[in-house]
Design a binder for this molecule. Structure first.
Ligand SMILES: Nc1ncnc2c1ncn2[C@@H]1O[C@H](COP(=O)(O)OP(=O)(O)OP(=O)(O)O)[C@@H](O)[C@H]1O
Ligand SMILES: [Mg+2]
Length: 243
């Protein structure tokens, strides 16, 4: 489970996050939805302990990101906006390298490499140098490095950005399949993405949480602000809450 408690982040005088709070239960997929510059990446970088917040904290599977950052990191897999790949390494070498950095070795490392190869559909490029790969395969390798140590929590920053429709479907299916045993946050500014994958949605705008809940709950929050009659789509909800 993830418990985010009143996180604020200032870059100099600029507030990128303002007292952001939300929770994600085990087995749940949370979609962090917001326009460009809303603070999604900032929030994810704090949860993965790459950035230190100005105020507030969070716990990752019970580990506090400020006082137990190593434990919090061990329990978390992170796919940043740009996957952290080494273009000169082969896919199999790179995943061994990341696995070793995550403390795996011997039979366990071999098992996990095989698992991510199948789960992320990498057999076709397994021995290829990373610089030869298409964007979609690079994203899959990025996801594989986030999964190699079998973390309980996954933080995915725009996991389907730049992919073609078929690859998007493949990645969505993979993420949905992982949800049974993991706690997942993914960010996006694409409404269909949250509709397709998220159990619950947190809408963030200018660093603040403007609404959260399942789509039906968001609809209730947006209803008084929307001029539209009848059922509201996520797009209607987004427009009503953000304008
Ligand atoms: N290192 C930094 N120094 C100063 N300002 C920053 C820094 N990183 C981010 N910001 C600012 O903080 C705000 C939130 O940025 P962030 O990258 O978290 O947004 P985002 O929701 O991920 O946007 P996008 O959808 O474009 O990825 C933006 O206004 C951005 O310009
Ligand atoms: Mg971002």
């Amino acid at each position: 489970m993830i418990d985010v408690r009143s996180l604020s982040m200032y870059y100099g005088p600029y507030a990128a996050l303002k007292e952001v709070s939300f929770q994600v239960q085990s087995g749940e997929i949370l979609g962090l939805l917001g326009p460009n510059g809303a603070g999604k990446t900032t929030a994810m970088r704090i949860l993965t302990t790459y950035l230190y917040p100005t105020a507030g904290t969070a716990t990752m599977d019970g580990f506090d990101i400020l006082t137990q950052p190593l434990e919090a990191r061990r329990t978390t897999g992170y796919l940043p906006e740009t996957a952290p790949l080494y273009p000169d390494m082969r896919v199999d070498e790179y995943l061994s390298f990341v696995g070793q950095a995550r403390g795996l070795s011997g039979k366990r490392l071999e098992e996990r490499r095989e698992w991510v190869r199948e789960a992320c559909d990498l057999a076709f490029v397994w021995k290829h140098a990373i610089h030869e790969l298409s964007k979609g395969y690079r994203q899959r390798v990025g996801l594989a490095q986030a999964l190699i140590h079998d973390p309980k929590i996954l933080i995915l920053d725009e996991p389907t950005s730049g992919l073609d429709p078929l690859q998007i479907l493949g990645i969505r299916k993979l993420i949905k399949g992982l949800a049974r045993e993991k706690t997942i946050i993914f960010s996006t500014h694409i409404l269909q993405e949250v509709e397709a994958m998220a159990d619950r949605i947190v809408i963030i705008h200018e660093g603040r949480v403007v609404a959260q809940g399942a789509q039906s709950e968001l609809e209730k929050q947006a209803r008084p602000k929307s001029a539209k009659q009848g059922p509201l789509t996520l797009e209607d909800i987004f427009i009503a809450l953000l304008t």
